[in-house]
Design a protein around this ligand. Structure first.
Ligand SMILES: Nc1ncnc2c1ncn2[C@@H]1O[C@H](COP(=O)(O)OP(=O)(O)OP(=O)(O)O)[C@@H](O)[C@H]1O
Length: 265
């Protein structure tokens, strides 16, 4: 079932066109990887979905359909029913997901207060269970301030919070860039496990085609504000059509080959 359909999306900063004529569609259970060079418009596109564009950036045309709703028609108040609840974000800057002077537990509590009718006790139990589910020492993390946790722990807590209300769409904007490679692998595996538990759709922005190969089923390639190629991951990695996609793949030795390799994913 379709979760998100973006059509003809164009975003401008004054006279400058940042992204143009974007078309994307994500279904339940999809893991769509959005790749492309730095500055090609991946984050701007991702931010527009959740109504998070800075004021100076203007959507000059297009539609973003989420189920029945065109998200571009939502009033700020109506966003409360979407953001954090059915559309969640995880960012590279996981520190930014938390306010420094609030404990992790207080963040979870705030989110549950906003979106549920759970009692205080229920909220605490739910937060602890969610933290435990991402393999964090739940009691300690609940009581900790963000600076008392490692980067990997903090990103896990951010993911746990993003997934707590079982969103239909998780937007992950380079969530592992700031982590060492082993922690990054664990974090991606965690997102993948949570996706399997909830069957949510994932829109995943990354520079790392190895992650695309491992986790995505679809991919879209951006260049200079436009999507130059999109479709199934396997067909794009095996038979890239656009010169830029070919160059991207050629730059990763382990991806350069081939059908045999891709079959072993
Ligand atoms: N607030 C802003 N005001 C003006 N231009 C902006 C703003 N935010 C982004 N841009 C411009 O929009 C373009 C797309 O930026 P975006 O951050 O979406 O790229 P990206 O593909 O996510 O890059 P990266 O991979 O480096 O994160 C860039 O040219 C960038 O300079």
């Amino acid at each position: 079932m379709s979760v998100l359909t973006i059509s003809s999306l164009t975003i401008k900063h004054r006279e400058e066109t940042l992204v143009q004529n974007i078309r994307l569609s994500v279904n339940e259970g999809d893991w769509l990887a959005l790749v492309g060079e730095s500055g090609s418009g991946k984050s701007v596109t991702a931010s527009s979905i959740g109504g998070l564009l800075p004021r100076e950036l203007i959507i000059s045309s297009g539609r973003i359909h989420f189920g029945e709703a065109n998200l571009l028609d939502l009033k700020e108040k109506e966003w409360q029913n979407y953001r954090g609840k059915v559309i969640s974000y995880i960012f590279q800057d996981y520190q930014g997901a938390f306010t420094p002077f609030m404990t992790i537990g207080a963040h979870f509590d705030e989110m549950l207060k906003t979106h549920t009718n759970n009692s205080k006790q229920q909220r605490k139990e739910r937060a602890l269970e969610t933290l435990k589910n991402v393999n964090l020492p739940e009691e300690r993390v609940y009581k900790s301030y963000p600076f008392q946790l490692s980067g990997g722990q903090l990103q896990r807590a951010a993911i746990a919070m993003a997934m707590m209300l079982k969103p239909k769409l998780l937007i992950a904007d380079e969530p592992t860039t700031a982590l060492d490679s082993i922690t990054a692998t664990h974090v991606l595996q965690l997102i993948s496990n949570l996706q399997q538990q909830t069957n949510c759709a994932v829109l995943f922005i990354t520079h790392d085609l190895r992650h695309v190969r491992k986790y995505a089923n679809k991919m879209a390639v951006m260049l200079k504000g436009e999507i130059v190629e999109s479709g199934s991951k396997t067909s794009i990695l095996q038979q890239p059509q656009h010169a830029y996609t070919k160059a991207l793949i050629a730059a990763i030795p382990s991806l350069r080959s081939t059908k045999n390799r891709l079959v072993t994913i």
